[in-house]
Write a protein that binds this ligand. Structure first.
Ligand SMILES: Cc1cc2nc3c(=O)[nH]c(=O)nc-3n(C[C@H](O)[C@H](O)[C@H](O)COP(=O)(O)OP(=O)(O)OC[C@H]3O[C@@H](n4cnc5c(N)ncnc54)[C@H](O)[C@@H]3O)c2cc1C
Length: 440
């Protein structure tokens, strides 16, 4: 099959979701409703919030709504790194405030990792969880100093690492593409859609889940939260908003968070000839320290995932664009695995990160009724799980040291108005794409 034939078959199809098994279906919400709590968004944040409410207030009626299918937004579409320690970029150590923010975010990450691991174990969630840590790797010598800087940063916060040279990387990853790398202890790899699906399926019975229920807006009227959905309206004294990059569409916190669209592809299970090329290499996950470097996974079920594009596309990624991105994925795969069949890609999809101008999350209350958590860049599997729990604790005034640290983190700053923002963000992405060329 030639490249053109490959790209012609492309439609948005998330490989993780497609391989997660059968999903339980939930009805859409209809009519006028009353609840004790409404949770908007059924990703990792919303699922953790709903679980925490059920734990703290077992008699409460909790209505969880999602505009699409539960767990099939970014939570089911991500690369599956359950991040314990965010990348130690130099800015995190610039001053005491930056350092405190970084340490608090890492404490949340670790809290999320352990909460997820606890649930996966206790509930027997089958999601290919592996405590493998993370490997950073670069190909070009001009980027080797990034690895050195990361090694120093992790050392500073007491995280164990091991520098990997080209031969170590080739033996570990089954590709001779990389020249320098760093193995970082902590965190896990997971099949994200299986994890999100498993978490949704074991929600406590007091949580009522409704899919395909898009929320149009949220207001506070006479001390009550009013959640207006397509086909329904729910009133509740407390509303948790967990919609990640799409806050502004609900009229909440304008110009604080914006969506960044990523695209990824997953191969079929490699055939016997291809698997022989990987020898007996165990599953792994590789991140690049460059924004436009590729994220790769060699999965437990012998597939390869690649994510090597990012763009600002507030109106979404159309099929034509996705086809073009798929050829970028294929190029990235061929560079690393020249023996891989041109027909190897089975699924290609897009998904959105929630980003803020200063890379800080959103964690806020409006009128003591609407409680908002989101925007974790690419760390939302663990951090979203932790912040979903703590947004409920904030609403309930349930004290803890970690909640205090979370509340002290520098808030997400405002982004400039459009169209200035659109021009600025596209220029910045073009620069980063240029810097990361050769690593994608
Ligand atoms: C390609 C890709 C790779 C990534 N890789 C990683 C990774 O390896 N590790 C990591 O930690 N993070 C990664 N991320 C980020 C991670 O997926 C997110 O941070 C995380 O999913 C955030 O969880 P959430 O619950 O806050 O939001 P989401 O998972 O986005 O869930 C929000 C939910 O809200 C729903 N919603 C939105 N608007 C409405 C509305 N108006 N009405 C009703 N429902 C609505 C959506 O349908 C969605 O289900 C990646 C993201 C992408 C796209």
């Amino acid at each position: 099959m030639n490249d053109q034939a490959v790209t012609d078959q492309c439609a948005d199809s998330c490989g993780w979701v497609a391989n997660a098994g059968e999903y339980r279906e939930f009805a859409a919400l209809k009519g006028a409703q009353r609840a004790d709590w409404v949770v908007i968004g059924g990703g990792f944040t919303g699922l953790a919030a709903a679980r925490r409410i059920a734990q703290m207030a077992p008699a409460a009626r909790v209505v969880l709504v999602d505009g699409k299918r539960i767990g099939q937004g970014a939570s089911g579409r991500n690369s599956g790194f359950v991040v314990a320690h965010s990348t130690p970029d130099a800015g995190h150590f610039a001053n005491a405030r930056a350092r405190a923010d970084y340490n608090a975010l890492n404490a949340l990450n670790r809290d999320g990792v352990s909460a997820l691991k606890g649930l996966v174990t206790a509930q027997g969630i089958e999601c290919q969880w592996e405590d493998t840590g993370t490997t950073y790797a670069v190909a070009g010598q001009q980027h080797f100093d990034r690895i050195t800087q990361y090694a120093a940063g992790y050392d500073e916060i007491g995280v164990k690492t091991r520098v990997l040279e080209a031969a170590d990387l080739a033996a570990r990853l089954g590709t001779a593409f990389y020249g320098h790398g760093l193995e970082v202890r902590g965190g896990a790899l997971v099949q994200p859609a299986m994890l999100a699906k498993g978490l949704a399926e074991c929600l406590p019975p007091s949580v009522e889940v409704f899919e395909n229920t898009r929320v149009l807006g949220v207001d506070v009227e006479d001390g009550m939260g009013v959640v207006r959905c397509v086909g329904a309206v729910v009133r509740a004294p407390r509303v948790v908003v967990a919609v990640n990059g799409f806050l502004e569409r609900l009229g909440l916190l304008p110009r604080r968070v914006f969506p960044l669209a990523l695209t990824a592809s997953l191969t079929r299970v490699l055939n016997a000839r291809e698997q022989a090329q990987m020898a007996d290499v165990e599953s792994w996950g590789v991140l690049s320290p460059l924004s436009f470097g590729a994220t790769l996974r060699w999965t437990k079920d012998r597939r390869i995932m690649i994510r090597n594009t990012a763009e600002y596309a507030p109106s979404g990624i159309g099929v034509d664009v996705l086809k073009r991105r798929r050829t970028v994925h294929l190029t990235g795969l061929s560079r690393r695995f020249p023996w891989l069949g041109k027909d190897a890609i089975e699924h290609t999809w897009s998904g959105n990160l929630g980003i803020s101008r200063n890379s800080k999350p959103v964690f806020e209350a409006i009128d003591n009724t609407i409680f908002i958590a989101g925007c974790y860049n690419a760390s939302g599997v663990a951090r979203g799980t932790s912040m979903g729990r703590f947004i409920v604790d904030m609403a309930l005034r349930e004290p803890s040291d970690l909640l205090d640290r979370l509340r002290a983190i520098t808030p997400a700053t405002r982004i400039p108005p459009r169209p200035f923002f659109d021009v600025g963000v596209r220029a910045r992405l073009a620069m980063e794409r240029w810097q990361g060329r050769g690593e994608g």
